[in-house]
Ligand binder design. Structure first.
Ligand code: CP
Length: 335
């Protein structure tokens, strides 16, 4: 029986099976074509409402969720925290309860607190999408990374993926490690010892390797994924200086020569040029950084479509499609 995506929320990759991840990627692949059409709009989520609630800055994730919702014909509302009543002291849960009273179908949340989307999922009838919670998870980033890898390499299973940089503060690293190992890749990580969480040692059984240097992580890699130094989360001295970080943990051209000849270079953005990655590599012909951004729209269309009960007919051609599933039917779902 084919795997379906039967979750009510998308909170983390850790809760998804390999089959569910593949189903999400297959759905995203279908939606990728919509963005290549002259008229980039399908009626799949007509009448649905998506609220983007971002408590942290974002360029790629917030914009692509908004574009994704609009390309599916949903109404997309962006809440700017600085001009909302959060600035008057309203709590996250009160904010969510008040938004919920306006009957949105999905609330997309980015928050600095790990676990914040789980709190919303407990009190909201709307589907909650985690758009990054502290250093915990960024599931749609991992999905768009996987879609980009699959598009170029044709598979995930059996690939060697190097992830380099600040693992400690990186929700992107966590979600990618969960996803890539579930789909059968081997992941080698490298970064300053102070920035590799102790609990990663427990992931050795599922295919994670902790490499002693960037050179060893990158050697023979099919995919080289660079993480951003999150200067806004550096509340302690994890390395002596940015200059030394760039020397010892930045990706340089000689590293890439040790990778597989057709290796691809990825970065979730925003990039600190000259620190975690040399500009010539970020802009080089092995870089898929902007493909990642393009695939972000397709992945977020798939996520909103699957969570908000979109019509299958709706994205093939103009159609009324079947009615949205009753919310009661979906309340027993996982997630
Ligand atoms: N990759 C990513 O999450 O980028 P933004 O912070 O710009 O959304």
């Amino acid at each position: 029986m084919p795997t379906v995506f039967n979750h009510r929320h998308l909170l983390g990759i850790s809760e998804l099976s390999a089959g569910e991840i593949t189903h999400l990627l297959d759905t995203a692949e279908t939606f990728r074509d919509v963005s290549r059409r002259e008229i980039k709009k399908v009626p799949a989520l007509r009448g649905r409402t998506v609220i983007n609630l971002f408590f942290e800055p974002s360029t790629r994730t917030r914009t692509s969720f908004e574009i994704a919702a609009k390309r599916l014909s949903a109404d997309a509302i962006n809440i700017s925290v600085s001009t909302s009543s959060v600035s008057k002291g309203e709590t996250l849960l009160d904010t969510a309860r008040n938004l919920e009273a306006m009957s949105p179908d999905c609330i997309v949340l980015r928050h600095s607190m790990a676990g914040a989307p789980y709190h919303l999922a407990r009190i909201c009838n709307a589907s909650i999408v985690n758009a990054g919670d502290g250093a915990h998870e960024h599931p749609t980033q991992a999905l768009l990374d996987a879609l980009t890898i699959r598009e170029r390499k044709g598979r995930i299973a059996g690939l060697n993926v190097a992830i380099i940089g600040d693992m400690l503060h990186s929700r992107v690293a966590r979600s990618n490690i969960y996803l890539l190992t579930k789909l059968g890749a081997t992941v080698r990580i490298a970064g300053p010892g102070t920035m590799v969480p102790k609990e990663f040692a427990e992931l050795v059984d599922v295919g994670l390797r902790i490499a002693p240097s960037v050179a060893e992580a990158v050697s023979g890699a099919d995919v080289v994924m660079i993480l951003r130094i999150q200067r806004e989360r550096q509340d302690a001295a994890f390395f002596p200086s940015l200059r030394e970080y760039a020397i010892h943990y930045g990706l340089h051209a000689d590293h890439l020569q040790q990778a597989a000849p057709d290796a691809i270079v990825m970065h979730p953005g925003p990039i600190n040029r000259g620190i975690e990655i040399a500009s010539e590599l970020a802009d080089g012909n092995q870089s898929l950084i902007l493909d990642q951004v393009a695939n972000g729209v397709a992945v977020r269309m798939a996520v909103l479509y699957l969570l908000a009960g979109g019509s299958r007919d709706g994205f093939i051609e103009e159609s009324n499609g079947p009615a949205k599933p009753e919310r009661k039917e979906r309340q027993g779902n996982k997630g």
